[in-house]
Design a protein around this ligand. Structure first.
Ligand SMILES: C[S@@+](CC[C@H](N)C(=O)[O-])C[C@H]1O[C@@H](n2cnc3c(N)ncnc32)[C@H](O)[C@@H]1O
Length: 278
């Protein structure tokens, strides 16, 4: 990336910082701690033991020798699953957050694969037209202020034969948690992300940007047997900043009582991935 390109990216990010939601987003993802709390819950208590990341690799149609771009890579969880990254893949990992990029670089160092890292806003990519065989945008498009612009960038940097992979969640995902947060923290239900780019709302965006679009769903749910990781999950979300210690203590007591009475708390999941090409 040239200096001019990286200045353009920072300028694009600045438009995001000017809004309240942009500020909350930057705070939420200043490093990997919030995201890691959520990933830990899924890793420990998901009923489908195959693994979402392994399933995603099964969905990929990426040649043995390929250029792969990931947008909003977070903590790099996709590459830390049990799957061996093919030696012929040149993988560029990007995220809007410099803190995330630093953490991901450290997380992936032990894999010994020559990943490349860059801080980048999905809405203004500093890559040449038709330079990637695959672009992956997992659980991140719902955060992007201008989704059509980001998908336009994805289409631009994809080779004509390339695929876009965009995982997200459906409206039913974690709905029990949503209801608890609404009840105990007196906040509106947190369906904002799925309303912006979810399994139901995302298809229209994908169809506007790509000629062929298909949706694959990953069946799963959570059976949680400990209150603490569930509290960590709920508190990792931005709603945490607006709630009082008393509200948190009430919710913790409720979860502990539920688990003492029933041995577990069952939570719905609804996750899937759009697979698209020109
Ligand atoms: C929910 S996390 C998902 C991370 C990862 N893809 C995963 O599946 O675990 C969303 C990520 O998108 C990043 N992000 C948000 N808006 C972005 C944008 N406009 N451009 C690039 N990354 C963005 C955040 O910094 C965060 O790391």
């Amino acid at each position: 990336m040239t200096q001019k390109d990286s200045r353009a990216n920072i300028a694009a990010m600045a438009t995001n910082t000017d809004t309240d939601s942009g500020r909350l987003l930057r705070e939420q993802y200043k490093d990997g701690s919030n995201l890691s709390a959520r990933i830990r819950l899924h890793q420990r208590f998901s009923t489908n033991r195959y693994g979402l990341m392994r399933w995603m690799f099964d969905c990929f149609r990426i040649p043995e020798n390929a250029s792969v771009l990931e947008l909003g890579c977070g903590t790099g969880i996709l590459w830390r699953s049990s799957v061996q990254v093919p030696a012929g893949w040149r993988v560029v990992l990007t995220d809007m957050s410099g803190g995330m990029i630093r953490e991901t670089r450290a997380n992936l160092a032990r894999l010994g694969h020559p990943f490349t890292f860059a801080q980048a806003d999905a809405q203004a990519l500093a890559f040449r037209d038709a330079s990637f065989d695959a672009v992956i945008a997992n659980h991140m498009l719902y955060h992007v202020p201008d989704i059509p612009r980001a998908l336009g960038e994805v289409r631009r940097v994809l080779k004509p034969s390339g695929f876009c992979y965009a995982a997200t969640m459906g409206v039913a995902n974690m709905r029990e948690i949503d209801e608890l947060a609404a009840r105990f923290f007196s906040v509106p239900r947190m369906t904002e992300a799925t309303a912006r780019f979810g399994l139901e709302s995302g298809e229209a965006y994908m169809r506007r940007a790509f000629g062929e679009v298909k949706l694959e769903r990953y069946p799963d749910s959570l059976v949680v047997t400990e209150a603490a990781p569930l509290m960590d999950y709920i508190c990792s979300m931005r709603v945490r900043s607006r709630v009082t210690n008393e509200q948190i203590a009430d919710l913790r007591r409720h979860l502990e009582n539920e688990i003492a009475a029933r041995g577990e708390i069952r939570i719905s999941k609804d996750t899937g991935m759009f697979i698209a090409r020109r």
